[in-house]
Design a protein around this ligand. Structure first.
Ligand SMILES: C[S@@+](CC[C@H](N)C(=O)[O-])C[C@H]1O[C@@H](n2cnc3c(N)ncnc32)[C@H](O)[C@@H]1O
Length: 199
């Protein structure tokens, strides 16, 4: 199933602007200057405008409409599956924004393993922290969780579950350990987790 958000990039854009508000302003600092950035599951490449103009930005996504929309805005993005290693190229920063919660735990592990192969400096994961509201085991949470799954259905995956902050911390730690990541820094900013995995 695909929610209306993923049918029309304008609708997605409106929703996501409200959800993030100014939450991406720290991206410029985390990514740095003169970096090559490759975003796996880039949507229509909206994150390009939050990184320094001296950086190069490329990306892949499975949503053809989103990719077409981004390409009309001169973004260097194309259709591709994040689990297909042939779609990647070496980059200073591999960006994984709002994709892990769409994938199964197994596929998230595969994605990280691929990202590690192509990241020269770091992998930057961005995940929503506000979804913890759907992670509790009570009637209200389960209801909200279902609505969020319906809204966030990208048409390619079925969201398995929403994670609490502790569950996210454990998940990030398991990804770090499984991939021999040298260092991990987690910043909690404006209802989002920003996880830098330094390779
Ligand atoms: C929540 S959106 C995030 C888009 C973008 N990163 C952003 O922050 O605006 C999730 C995206 O993942 C894409 N996606 C899901 N599974 C994918 C896969 N296996 N390969 C490529 N893209 C995928 C969807 O098409 C959707 O555009």
């Amino acid at each position: 199933m695909r929610s209306f958000m993923y049918v029309n990039p304008h609708i997605y854009d409106t929703f996501i602007r409200v959800l993030y508000f100014d939450g991406l302003k720290i991206l410029k600092k985390i990514v740095g200057v003169k970096k090559s950035v490759f975003e796996a599951a880039c949507g229509y490449g909206r994150l390009q405008k939050y990184i320094d103009p001296s950086c190069t930005y490329t990306g892949i996504d499975l949503n053809e409409k989103f990719v077409e929309f981004g390409r009309k805005k001169n973004r260097d993005i194309r259709v591709g599956n994040v689990l297909d290693v042939n779609q990647y190229h070496d980059s200073d920063v591999i960006l994984l924004a709002d994709i892990l919660h769409h994938l199964t735990v197994k596929d998230s592990g595969k994605l990280l393993a691929i990202a590690v192969r192509f990241a020269r400096e770091k992998i930057l994961i961005i995940e929503p922290a506000f979804v913890k509201i759907g992670a509790q085991n009570n009637l209200f949470s389960r209801m909200i969780g279902k609505i969020m799954k319906w809204l966030d259905a990208d048409g390619f995956n079925e969201i398995e579950k929403w994670l609490s902050r502790d569950e996210y911390d454990a998940f990030f730690k398991s990804l770090k350990e499984a991939n021999n990541i040298r260092e991990m820094r987690i910043t909690h900013f404006r209802r989002h987790h920003f996880v830098e995995m330094i390779v």
